[in-house]
Design a protein around this ligand. Sequence first.
Ligand code: ARG
Ligand code: ZN
Length: 465
Amino acid sequence: MTLRTPAVSALMAAALVAGPALAAPATAAPGSTVGADSLGDPYFPRQGNGGYDVRHYDIAFTYDPGTRQMTATATITAVATQDLSRFSLDFMGPTVSAVTVNAVAATFSRDDDKLFVTPKSLLRDGRTFTVAISYAGEPGPMYDPDGSIEGWVPTDDGAFVVGEPQGSATWFPGNNHPTDKATFTFRATVPDGTTAVGNGTLASQSTHSGWTTFVWESREPMATYLATVTIGKFVVSESTTAGGVPVYTAVDPRLAKRAAPMLAEIPDIVGFFSTVFGPYPFSSTGAVVDYAPEVGYALETQTRPVFCDVPSDAIGTIAHELAHMWFGDSVSLTRWSDIWLNEGFATYAEWLWSEHTGGPTAQKLFERRYAPDKKPFWDVLLADPGVLDMFSYPPYDRGAMTLHALRVKVGDEVFFRILKEWARSYRFGNATSADFIRLAERESQQTLGPFFDAWLYRTGKPTSW
Ligand code: ARG
Ligand code: ZN
């Protein structure tokens, strides 16, 4: 098993309101035909690659949970955005045996978390090309700066697979930054009796001599960190929401009873959020409830959030992960420092679900968090929490509080128009905090600089806004 510990990136200190989306990659010399080996995200400066734009990933593999061995071929279709004599991919998976570009053998080398590819002939700017990578061995998880585990996490009957923010590179090569979204096909072959659950729609399932191949199609663009093919012995069930969205759920039989109430809410939650945030963005929904207790969190893997156990607040958590389909998955980050745009919105959606179902109102939930003066909670800068605090309370709860304060300031009608408009105008795209502020000012016809300054760009408890 490969265990990875990435270097902690330097934290960016300054407020980011007017800054460029991403810092210029360090290695892209003007006129060079070498693709940059970074997209310059301050939190994960090694993530992502320049010089091309991925359109589609086709990830085909066989995985044996008994031996934990994988044999895979990833075929990536991309468009060159400059002339390329060499380019890189993010990859921390097992041994690479061959790389081809446009079906011609290419030379390749690996350095830590990068795979460098030199095609036989120059790839011209604007042209579509295909790179196929064959690899085999034992994929494993990695650890984040905050100590959490992610990537390919083997379980007693398969693997729990999550990738926020870096782990997808443990099991497939790609352009691992949320700004390069693409469609996906997964072809997972696993022993009979085992189920492989990917994102999107199950296109086919076929069995030959003891092995079953599951083909999953994700037709809407997806960020690499949201990819999953979670494998195990599952009880599968399929239905349709009142609005006509197919629901596919898979649950570890050991958890089936405890998970039943949360899984039963999926159609209603998706229906309610569709009325509040606008149409559900994807052609399928559902969930996977697997048993991987060392993970300790759920992830909003696109169309099909994964849970490593039944959470103590199961309904709140499934509402949270389903809300990410709009906020995070469809409307994605441009840089990781804006994580409150994912976590604050999904947490606020939990509050709205609570309010809608007769639980505590959003106002009540706001007040509970506003009253205490707990220092660390107010000392994290929401616009730039740093890699260690990306998934700590402030981006979640203060993010939600920011939205509630905005709702109180502009009124319900304008506030819910802002949420819908946000989901609509950045659908399948990427956005920043500055984009949100601009949109909120436009919809409300108010100057909101001082408001967002107090909530996002300063530490300490806002007292007036
Ligand atoms: N985005 C997930 C959520 O909805 C949390 C992911 C945490 N990732 C991590 N590496 N700790 O809450
Ligand atoms: Zn979340």
